[in-house]
Design a protein around this ligand. Structure first.
Ligand code: SF4
Ligand code: SF4
Ligand code: FES
Length: 257
C-alpha cells in the first residue's frame, strides 16, 4: 500500500492553550488554526477558553473577542460583519461559511476554525485568493455596451432583470470554489463555481452586447467542463445561491446556440 506522508514542516502541531481568566461558568473551547510564515515554525492549533456569557452570537464575535481580549496576534479578514463583503469566509465546524453570519450556538462541542480549504495560507485564517481574483478579472465582470447615454440609467425589462436574481447577490466569498473538488485539483485552470457564476451573470444580462464572445471564452475543456456536477458548491454557498445551476446553464447555452 502506498503511504503518503506530509512534509515535516507542514504537520499541524498542538499550540498554546489559553485558559479562561474570568471565572465564567459558561465556557466553550475554541480551536483555531495558526500559522505565521515569518517564524519558520509549523502550523499549530491554539485553543482558547471563551466566556460565552460575554460573547455575542456569531463565530466572528468569538474571533474578535480572542483578538481584542486574549491574543492580538490572531490574523483573519473581516469588514462588514453583515454577510455583505465576503471577507470573513472560513471553515467552521468542517463547513465553509461566513464567520459573521454563522451562529456559534449551531456548533456542537468544541468550535474548530480553519482557513478556507485548499488555498495557500498567508497567515492564520487568511487564505491566498490571488488566483481566484485573476480568474475573476479574466471574465471581464463589467457591462459591455456601445450605448453612450451619459447620466441615464441603462434600463432593462422586468423580465430580463429577473434573470439576474440568484446571481447578482454573489459576494465572491469563495466558499463555493474552495469546497469544489475539481477546483482543488485544477484550480489554476478550471475557473471554479464562483467565477463561473459571475461569468453567467454577465452572459445573461440583456444589456450586455458581448454574449457570444463571453461564451466563446469560457467554452473550454479546462475552464468550464471540469465541473462534474458534484454540487458541493451549492451546498456551501452562505447566500443560498446555486453556482452548479449557473454552470449547467452555461453548458446548455453552449450546446444550443
Ligand atoms: S457542481 Fe461543479 S463547481 Fe460545483 S462543486 Fe461540483 S464540480 Fe465543483
Ligand atoms: S456563489 Fe455563493 S459561495 Fe460562491 S462566491 Fe458567490 S456568494 Fe460565495
Ligand atoms: S465580515 Fe463581511 S461578510 Fe462577514
Amino acid at each position: 500500500m502506498v503511504q503518503i506522508n506530509l512534509p515535516e514542516n507542514s504537520k499541524i502541531k498542538k499550540g498554546t492553550y489559553y485558559r479562561d481568566t474570568t471565572g465564567s461558568k459558561n465556557i466553550r473551547k475554541v480551536n483555531v488554526y495558526r500559522w505565521d510564515p515569518s517564524t519558520g515554525k509549523n502550523p499549530r492549533i491554539d485553543t482558547y477558553e471563551i466566556d460565552m456569557d460575554n460573547c455575542p452570537s456569531k463565530v466572528l464575535d468569538i474571533l474578535n473577542k480572542i483578538k481584542n481580549e486574549i491574543d492580538p496576534s490572531l490574523a483573519y479578514r473581516r469588514s462588514c460583519a453583515h454577510g455583505v463583503c465576503g471577507s470573513c469566509a472560513m471553515n467552521m465546524d468542517g463547513k465553509n461559511g461566513l464567520a459573521c453570519t454563522k451562529s456559534h450556538a449551531e456548533i456542537k462541542g468544541d468550535i474548530n476554525i480553519y482557513p478556507l480549504p485548499h488555498l495557500k495560507v498567508l497567515k492564520d485564517l487568511i487564505g491566498d485568493l490571488s488566483t481566484l481574483y485573476k480568474q475573476y478579472e479574466s471574465i471581464e465582470p463589467w457591462l459591455k455596451t456601445s450605448k453612450k447615454e451619459d447620466n441615464k440609467e441603462n434600463l432593462q425589462s422586468k423580465k430580463d432583470r429577473k434573470k439576474l436574481n440568484g446571481l447578482y447577490e454573489c459576494i465572491m466569498c469563495a466558499c463555493c470554489s474552495t469546497s469544489c473538488p475539481s477546483y482543488w485539483w485544477n484550480g489554476e485552470k478550471y475557473l471554479g463555481p464562483a467565477v463561473l457564476l459571475q461569468a453567467y451573470r454577465w452572459i445573461i444580462d440583456s444589456r450586455d452586447e458581448d454574449r457570444k464572445e463571453r461564451l466563446r471564452k469560457v467554452a473550454d475543456e479546462l475552464k468550464l467542463y471540469r465541473c462534474h456536477t458534484i454540487m458541493n458548491c451549492t451546498n456551501a454557498c452562505p447566500k443560498g445561491l446555486n453556482p452548479a445551476k449557473a454552470i449547467a446553464s452555461i453548458k446548455k447555452m453552449l450546446a444550443t446556440t
